[in-house]
Ligand binder design. Structure first.
Ligand code: SAM
Length: 294
């Protein structure tokens, strides 16, 4: 293993070692189809909305979103970003493995009256690209745990690569307490997140603008929905829950619920954004040198 953190191999090895067997579960379309049922709740949270708006605004300021730009939103989910890209760009192409996420994406675009989009239903890991894009964007996807994916994303980006990902904090005190009580274990969250692709890109010669968003996601939802979300998160971590344990979770959540059967749950999050101008003067392959000779 390379011992030198200024070498890309160091970060490749670091990322490989951090991979857990449970990570493969994130690749199943069914796993993501289930998340799609509650994903729109995020849009009701003011901190989340503000974060998304700030990402869009930073991208516009740098020129990553412009009327001529074609943008590739990889692992686009239900289009929370894409629907905000659409009014500022020529075309948005969304790729996702989950049919339900893509159906929501399409619904939102149609509702908003945009038709400058295309959808690709594919698993990123087997997708064979036939085109390049001005801006390549990925947000909150497990593909970012894999630095070979970052190589492929870079290869598709003509001007900008923008990554949004967890940045080490994802803390839901209610979920943590319930998991401790029912399963006698701690809810794990050990991922280094965005800082790994940031360092990797830096060592490749692409220093990115790095920015963090810290705040709380607050969601109010019926007990059953909160339970499904908790079980989904545990499944993602490779934790099996028996039906007796499920019943215990349900009983505890019912105790937390308000008279209307809703549970308020709050997650403290830190999320990072890295924006790389692939062909800019800072990048490895900057513009050609001009000669001072006449
Ligand atoms: C947490 S959601 C993020 C959605 C969206 N990018 C956003 O930030 O709102 C992760 C998305 O990645 C998709 N995904 C996960 N692994 C994938 C893969 N291997 N290929 C394509 N899509 C994948 C899921 O279906 C899901 O829609």
């Amino acid at each position: 293993m390379s011992q030198d953190p200024l070498k890309p191999e160091f970060w490749k090895e670091y990322a490989r070692k951090g991979k857990e067997p449970a990570d493969s579960r994130f690749l199943s379309p069914d796993f993501w189809d289930r998340l799609s049922e509650s994903y729109d709740e995020l849009e009701e949270d003011p901190f989340y909305q503000q974060m998304v708006e700030e990402v869009i605004s930073a991208m516009r300021q740098r020129g990553a979103l412009s009327p001529e730009a074609r943008v590739f939103d990889v692992c686009c989910g239900p289009g929370n970003y894409a629907v905000r890209f659409a009014p500022h760009v020529k075309e948005v192409v969304g790729l996702d493995v989950s049919p339900k996420m893509l159906a929501l994406f399409e619904e939102r675009m149609k509702e908003a009256g945009f038709n400058n989009y295309r959808l690709i239903k594919a698993d990123w890991f087997s997708y064979e690209p036939e085109e390049r894009f001005d801006t390549v964007f990925v947000s909150m996807s497990p593909i970012l745990h894999d630095l070979d994916s970052v190589d492929r994303l870079l290869g598709l980006a003509e001007r900008f690569l923008v990554l949004v990902h967890w940045a080490g904090v994802r803390e839901n005190l209610l979920q943590q307490r319930l998991v401790r009580e029912v399963l006698g274990m701690e809810m794990r969250w050990k991922k280094a997140g965005i800082i790994v692709p940031f360092n990797y890109l830096y060592t490749l010669g692409y220093p990115g603008d790095l920015r963090f968003f810290c705040g709380y996601w607050r969601r109010k939802r019926p007990v059953e929905k909160e339970l499904e979300h908790l079980l989904w998160r545990l499944e993602g971590q490779g934790v099996e829950v028996s039906s007796a344990q499920r019943e215990k979770f349900l009983a505890l959540l019912q105790k937390e619920a308000d008279p209307y059967g809703n549970v308020v749950s709050q997650t403290r999050v830190r999320i990072g954004m890295v924006m790389v101008e692939v062909g800019g003067p800072c990048a490895r392959q900057g513009p050609p040198e001009t000669s001072s000779k006449p």
